[in-house]
Design a protein around this ligand. Structure first.
Ligand SMILES: Cc1cc2ncn([C@H]3O[C@H](COP(=O)(O)O)[C@@H](O)[C@H]3O)c2cc1C
Ligand SMILES: O=C(O)c1cccnc1
Length: 344
């Protein structure tokens, strides 16, 4: 990761204080603008921002344990839905003016569809309850897919990256990774995913508990390999690649958090290169954000994934930058400064 030069943050703060408003009165929007400038070192970002969503799709062997309420085919069916523009992420991305790219990193079986980016590293993972979901090599390849796409996006002028996920069963490996990296108990982290009932939730917690006992990964890549899956690995890589190229990545929900934690374990300090888009309603999400001291931009009880929460938050990030660029200064608009300027 390139080093952050905090003088850009301070310069951005001074600029924000000179805008025609009481100091700090735009609250967290001001921090978002400062953070964007710190990461990108761009004090005059072009608006609207070029924003891109990558929806990474993969399947999970652990579905044979009955951890999801939906059948595995839905992963593939949703790919067609993404490509024809009908999924939740397509609608929010249209509103946000973000492009949506769909990437097959690990869907079970071959998917033939126009517009689909084929970067397969496996055909579904193995069952994490019984064996490592992926080999170390597969895990590394998945990370590389995300890193390469982040680099490609940076070269094409993308200024904000949004990781999305599609993979029936993926809240289970996500919960495993989160418990592993944060040393939290499964009952605090495991949630209902697509909507398992009480009995299903108890079973899912048990599956995660057993997997955490079965696998004792020694490093972050081994953890990703043990629990899976391909789309989480690609999201991990997108965070790393975004940071490397100074393109902020917006954390989405529960699955995105698992990818973020994996990336952060590989690259300590990564939290300064990202935005936390929202807090998912999935059980453990709030616990994670509190532990990491990450403040979500929106909090709307969403629990869909696909990048939806992050895409929604991208509109607020963009608003913060428009304020930064377009609001008049006290001097420019001939507005008198208040007493608060005498004190500092
Ligand atoms: C129609 C549909 C669209 C989705 N879009 C995202 N997810 C989300 O739900 C799944 C994770 O939940 P679980 O672990 O319980 O299977 C993932 O595919 C995730 O992206 C969806 C799920 C469904 C059913
Ligand atoms: O928070 C998420 O991203 C999420 C939660 C439940 C199911 N799918 C996704």
């Amino acid at each position: 990761m390139p080093e952050l030069d905090w003088s850009h943050y301070e310069r951005a703060s001074r600029h924000l204080d000179n805008l025609t408003k009481p100091k700090g009165s735009l609250g967290y929007l001001e921090e978002i603008a400062r953070r964007y400038v710190l990461i990108t070192e761009d004090h005059e970002p072009d608006l609207p921002l070029k924003k891109r969503v990558y929806v990474f799709a993969g399947d999970h062997g652990v579905v044979e344990e009955g951890v999801s309420t939906y059948p595995q085919e839905v992963t593939r069916q949703m790919i067609y839905n993404f490509l024809s523009g009908g999924a939740g992420i397509n609608v929010i991305a249209r509103q946000a003016g973000a492009e949506v790219f769909v990437v097959d990193v690990g869907v079970a079986g071959e998917v033939e569809a126009e517009g689909l980016i084929r970067r397969k590293i496996c055909y579904g993972t193995r069952n994490l309850a019984k064996e490592p979901a992926m080999s170390r090599e597969e895990a590394e390849k998945a990370i590389r897919v995300g890193m390469e796409l982040a680099e490609e996006a940076a070269k094409e002028g993308v200024k904000l990256l949004i990781p999305g996920d599609m993979g029936i069963g993926n809240t289970t490996p996500s919960a495993c990774l989160i418990c592993h990296f944060l040393r939290e108990a499964p009952e605090k982290i495991v949630g209902r995913g697509t909507g398992v009932d009480d009995e299903g939730l108890a079973h899912k917690i048990e599956v995660v508990r057993q997997a955490l006992t079965l696998h004792q990964p020694k490093d972050p890549v081994e953890a990703l390999a043990a629990f899976g899956g391909a789309e989480i690995g690609a999201i991990t890589g997108l965070f790393l690649g975004g940071a490397r190229h100074r393109v902020p990545v917006v954390v989405d929900g529960f699955i995105s958090l698992a990818g973020f934690l994996t990336a952060r374990a590989l690259a300590p300090g990564l939290e300064n290169y990202i935005f936390c888009g929202h807090v998912s309603a999935e059980n453990g999400a709030r616990v994670i954000l509190e532990k990491l001291k990450l403040r979500p931009i929106v909090d709307l009880e969403m629990r869909l994934g696909e990048g939806t929460g992050a895409a929604l938050a991208s509109m607020i990030i963009e608003t913060a930058l428009r304020i930064y660029r377009e609001m008049a200064t006290f001097d420019g608009a001939g507005v008198a400064r208040g007493k608060e300027f005498e004190q500092s």
